[in-house]
Design a protein around this ligand. Structure first.
Ligand SMILES: NC(=O)c1ccc[n+]([C@@H]2O[C@H](COP(=O)([O-])OP(=O)(O)OC[C@H]3O[C@@H](n4cnc5c(N)ncnc54)[C@H](O)[C@@H]3O)[C@@H](O)[C@H]2O)c1
Length: 154
């Protein structure tokens, strides 16, 4: 069977990508240094523990599995440090697209959080990266303009 290398395969997005790859008939090889990931989350193929900066280790992994493709999820989870409510996202989406957004309102469920915030302080400290174009209007506006190009369906 064909191997696909998944960097960050022990993380949140990477482990789900591994599950989808396995269902699609590939063997996902998770390459992860486990800095924020979990060995237990690697269930659909082998775990190769290593760091992205370790070229020799990567060479050995390439040599062993000869992966057909690489999916890269070993990255910082970036955010703007500002949380938005679902209501704010709905209202801004309607405003940017000039279309009503169909909504079914229901009571809050147990465990629903009131605000979910991704920070970017680590990226600022390590990479000198700062979020730009991070207002809701900018983010939704950029996505909306891109969707209108038609590339999404290509
Ligand atoms: N979580 C989300 O909802 C979401 C949504 C869209 C995009 N993303 C993007 O997907 C990427 C992964 O996000 P996530 O939520 O899965 O984060 P995560 O922290 O759960 O996963 C990242 C994985 O990469 C590994 N890793 C980090 N640095 C490494 C290195 N130098 N060498 C090897 N492995 C390393 C970590 O151990 C971890 O398992 C990020 O770039 C994030 O911005 C996340």
């Amino acid at each position: 069977m064909t191997h696909v290398l998944v960097t960050g395969g022990a993380g949140y997005i990477g482990s789900h990508a591994c599950k989808a790859l396995r269902a699609a008939g590939y063997i996902p090889v998770a390459y992860d240094n486990l800095s924020t990931g979990w060995a237990d989350a690697v269930k659909f193929g082998p775990l190769e523990r290593g760091d992205l900066t370790d070229r020799a280790r990567l060479d050995r992994v390439f040599e062993t599995y000869r992966p057909r493709a690489i999916l890269h999820f070993a990255a910082l989870n970036l955010g703007t440090g500002t949380g938005f409510s679902v209501r704010e996202v709905i209202d801004q989406s309607a405003a940017v697209t000039n279309r009503p957004v169909p909504v079914i309102e229901g009571p809050r469920r147990a465990g629903d959080c009131t605000r979910l915030v991704s920070g970017s302080t680590r990226a600022e400290a390590e990479l000198d990266w700062r979020p730009a174009r991070s207002t809701l209007a900018q983010m939704i506006g950029d996505a909306w303009r891109w969707h209108q190009t038609g590339h999404y369906h290509e």
